[in-house]
Design a protein around this ligand. Structure first.
Ligand SMILES: *Cc1c(COP(=O)(O)O)cnc(C)c1O
Length: 394
């Protein structure tokens, strides 16, 4: 006999998935509607409207694609790129590297602009690449690099990219619902995201948004989109008033996304952003209070994902195992060139609370101490609480 499913209780404080809001879980247990039921069509429209609010855009083509964040990445590249197009991609972490891989598979000529992992992509480097490669169609960067914890400033890039008549594409998988995306204000032409990071829904949908400039590029394609499944010229006609059947929408995931967006809208976007900032900064102060060092310098840090350097002599795997088995807390290890060098700690969406900061700092202090790490007892919590007090009194 195979036992009934009964997963252990976890606090998901890694780079995603993060814990799902109970209201989202509840929405997912409601009965299915058919994907062309008029009642479901209404839910689709509401989901699109909420998505525009949370993405901070008026873009008509703002819809969730079926699949995880990477499907969103692929959607943007297969729909905007044709074989032979020149594409510039900023690479300062794993997800920039993934964009290169995806873009190359579309037949694009990819020019990489690199920065060390843990630092931002420099607008001057993008500008130099644009000058060196006239006729570049598109430039892409990762807004919130979950592999490092870096927040990429967008405005300076936007200016440079548009001065060279290229499209500006952003990976916003970890940004949405955590930090401002300001698609319209930043003049981002296309962006993609995911449901399982700061939206606090399970992995399974990839919200994407395209502005008029991007739509024009798609309308002028000479070749068919290589992917049938991700071809927006067909999928748009399911999400607009034509309601043309393309593939069966993952009904339950649309329920989940709609509820997740509704929760964010209820709290208020500005409140959601400031909650991430307050508790993310508190966690960072707490880690520093324990004597740990963070990978990213202060002005370029994300709030929803923090990379902390693993101290000398401390066993990476042991610490993560202890956190999981003793406290039920999951954090992430390092990826790529940061493997074995950092831990990645997420405070995303529903999880960005003082309770979780306190619980995590207490747990990590205990586990590190067991490993022989020397620190002032309670110094992490003290620093975190000071940081919260400072921010709330402003
Ligand atoms: C998680 C993540 C992705 C990939 O999303 P999946 O849901 O794992 O496919 C892409 N980009 C960034 C920045 C991410 O954090």
């Amino acid at each position: 006999m195979i036992n009934e499913l009964n997963p252990s209780k976890r606090l998901l404080m890694g780079p995603g998935p993060s814990d799902v809001h109970p209201r989202v879980l509840r929405a997912m247990t409601t009965p299915l509607l058919g994907h062309l039921d008029p009642e479901f069509l209404k839910l689709m429209n509401e989901t699109k409207d909420l998505l525009k609010l949370v993405f901070q855009t008026e873009n008509k083509l703002t819809i969730p694609m079926s699949g995880t964040g990477s499907a969103g990445m692929e959607t943007v590249f297969v729909n905007l790129i044709e074989p032979g197009d020149k594409v510039i991609i900023g690479v300062n972490g794993l997800f920039g590297q993934r964009m290169v891989d995806v873009a190359e598979r579309t037949g694009a000529t990819v020019i990489q602009v690199n920065a060390p992992w843990g630092e931002i992509i420099q607008p001057t480097d993008i500008e130099a690449a644009l000058i060196e490669n006239p006729g570049t169609k598109l430039v892409a960067v990762v807004h919130a690099e979950t592999s490092t914890g870096v927040m990429q400033p967008l405005k300076p890039l936007s200016k440079v990219i548009h001065a060279h008549n290229a499209l500006f594409v952003c990976d916003m998988v970890t940004s949405i619902g955590g930090i401002p995306t300001e698609i319209d204000d930043n003049e981002i032409d296309a962006a993609y995201s995911g449901t399982q990071k700061c939206l606090s829904a399970p992995p399974g949908l990839a919200p994407v948004t395209f502005n008029a400039r991007a739509l024009k590029v798609m309308a002028n394609r000479k070749t068919k989109v290589q992917s049938w499944y991700l071809d927006l010229s067909m999928i748009q006609n399911y999400w607009n008033d034509e309601r043309f059947y393309h593939h069966t929408a993952p009904i339950t995931m649309v329920y989940a996304l709609r509820e997740a967006l509704r929760i964010i809208h209820e709290e208020g976007l500005e409140n959601v952003f400031s909650r991430h900032k307050i508790y993310g900064t508190a966690l960072q102060s707490g880690l520093e209070g324990l004597g740990l060092e963070l990978l990213v310098k202060k002005e370029h840090r994300l709030y929803q994902l923090t990379s902390v350097l693993i101290p000398e002599g401390i066993n990476d795997f042991e610490v993560r195992t202890q956190l999981l088995t003793k406290y039920g807390i999951e954090i992430g290890g390092g990826l790529g060139e940061l493997k074995g060098k950092v831990w990645r700690i997420g405070l995303m969406g529903y999880n960005a609370t003082q309770t979780n900061v306190t619980q995590f700092l207490a747990a990590i202090e205990d586990v590190l101490r067991e490993q022989g790490f020397k620190c002032e007892p309670g110094a992490g919590l003290l620093a975190a609480n000071e940081s919260i007090k400072d921010q709330v009194s402003i």
